[in-house]
Design a protein around this ligand. Structure first.
Ligand SMILES: Cc1cc2nc3c(=O)[nH]c(=O)nc-3n(C[C@H](O)[C@H](O)[C@H](O)COP(=O)(O)O)c2cc1C
Length: 468
């Protein structure tokens, strides 16, 4: 479903039209900050200023409820109850996509699409879009809800990701997509040959496309297929006006861009997901060649920075799905998983019904190896993966010297200011489960296994050594 339908289908009081006109510089973000803090409604604004697009939507992903709703089949309310387990399981199911899955089986290519109701070539961004400035020290206005689409180096697969875009001039933007990302890599490879790459930026894409962009499938697999599976139907797609990149027909606004080879743009400071600012980054530059949009398009903005915020909410379930998939191979019975405590880049709680005490050790060792996690807690199935139950189990079932594994410096989240080196961190795994009672039979077996090996007592006279 489109973002419009998602908003339209929201329950009463889950969408609020903010009265008056609000400025894109800091004011919109202050409202979104409030709705994130209260896990509150989606907010729609009329913008102060002379922009062709003068409606903004913010806080679409401010609440866990909306993330779960976006991940439920046909936005079924039952997925929104309780914890995140069902949403994580569903994302994990839809995320099973490999290079052998063909995009054409999951899309319809259409000639005419709502996202191309209006087409503006060589646009002036300052006149077209109300790009927002969010946190107090941010370097300026950033597009934070843009899903970039770039063809992978095979020239066929569409890579999707979300990468912040700093407004640099009337027709250029910085794009923070490092070479290890599927959006960055093709640009840096093309730069070596003095060429740029074509890019589409989807603003106000459907929730399925936005969530699919956070998947961690291989770079030769199509994230659009993940989106189609989440949607439960084929995606209607249309070719861009200036390239052969396919974009979802129901997107609110599409920027058609060309990256500038070997360009470097410092877009800091910018408030990031750990809740701190980053002060150094190398973005590359893209030139906006055209903007296409729906009639009465909504510009969407996403809040990053201090928790709770939309950025972490969006990453949480796709990242938790990765942890879930690793855990599932070792423990068949996972009863809960928390995708929102901290921001899931750093910490996860898993509840399991364990078969043996040793099983938890295997699980801790396997999960401590996850690239993003900094801490993992394993709890029993009588508890839920909530902060409250975490605290209870910490107080009553955990002895740090007995139940903890601490790793040395391993690969970790790139923006942790406490890291000794870039992208490295020590990690901790904690076993909050109660030891399984040792059964009588096990006790007996243990006594037996510790028995000293002896020959049968036999009386031998002192002359034995001269027998021969
Ligand atoms: C709102 C939001 C903003 C993000 N901004 C950035 C960014 O500026 N740079 C970046 O590298 N990743 C950013 N991410 C994370 C990437 O989009 C995410 O890791 C994605 O999975 C990358 O895809 P890839 O690993 O397949 O390349 C952001 C995520 C969200 C939800």
């Amino acid at each position: 479903m489109s973002l419009r339908q998602f908003i339209k289908m929201a329950p009463t009081n889950a969408v609020v039209d903010v009265p008056g006109t609000i400025r894109p510089e800091h004011e919109i973000a202050a409202f979104v900050r409030r709705t994130c803090d209260m896990q509150g409604p989606i907010l729609r604004f009329n913008v102060e200023g002379d922009y062709r697009v003068n409606h903004i939507v913010g806080g679409v992903y401010a609440s866990r409820y909306n993330i779960r709703r976006a991940l439920s089949p046909h936005y079924d309310e039952t997925y929104c109850q309780g914890g995140d387990l069902r949403a994580v399981q569903r994302f994990s199911e839809c995320n099973q996509v490999t290079a052998s899955d063909k995009l054409e089986d999951y899309i319809n290519v259409v000639d005419k699409a709502p996202c191309q109701d209006r087409v503006i070539y060589n646009p002036d961004l300052t006149k077209e879009l109300p790009i927002c400035t969010h946190n107090s020290q941010d370097a300026g206005p950033f597009i934070t809800a843009g899903v970039q689409v770039v063809k992978w180096i095979d020239g066929k697969t569409h890579g999707l990701g979300i990468h912040r875009m700093h407004q640099k001039s009337t027709n250029t933007l910085g794009c923070l997509a490092p070479p290890n990302r599927r959006i960055g890599y093709p640009h840096y490879e093309a730069s070596k040959r003095g060429r740029g790459v074509q890019m589409a930026v989807l603003i106000g894409a459907s929730p399925e496309v936005v969530l699919a962009s956070q998947s961690k499938i291989g770079s030769d697999a199509e994230k659009y297929i993940v989106a189609s599976k989440l949607k439960g139907e084929k995606l209607d797609m249309v070719k861009c006006k200036t390239s052969d990149i396919l974009v979802p027909a129901d997107t609110e606004i599409v920027l058609e861009c060309l990256s500038v080879p070997n360009s470097i743009h410092n877009d800091t400071p910018f408030a990031e997901y750990p809740g701190t600012y980053s002060f150094r980054s190398n973005a590359f530059v893209v030139r906006v060649e055209a903007i296409t949009r729906r009639h009465k398009a909504m510009y969407q903005t996403i809040l990053t920075g201090r928790l709770p915020q939309e950025d972490s909410n969006l990453c949480a379930i796709p990242y938790a799905a990765e942890v879930y998939e690793t855990a599932k191979k070792l423990v068949p019975n996972i009863t809960d998983i928390a995708a929102f405590i901290g921001n899931n880049v750093f910490d996860t709680i898993i509840c399991i019904k364990k078969d043996s005490n040793a099983q938890v050790q295997n699980l801790m060792h396997a999960l401590i190896g996850n690239k993003y996690l900094k801490s993992i807690t394993i709890m029993d199935d009588d508890l839920q993966a909530t902060e409250e139950d975490w605290r209870f189990a910490f107080n009553t079932r955990y002895q740090p010297n007995r139940d903890t594994i601490i790793s040395g410096d391993a690969l970790g989240a790139s923006l942790d200011p406490s890291s000794p080196l870039f992208q490295s961190t020590s990690k901790i795994a904690m076993d909050f489960t109660r030891p399984l009672a040792v059964k009588d039979a096990d006790n007996a077996a243990t006594v037996k296994r510790h028995a000293r090996a002896e020959t049968v007592p036999y009386s031998i006279n002192n002359e034995w050594h001269i027998i021969r």
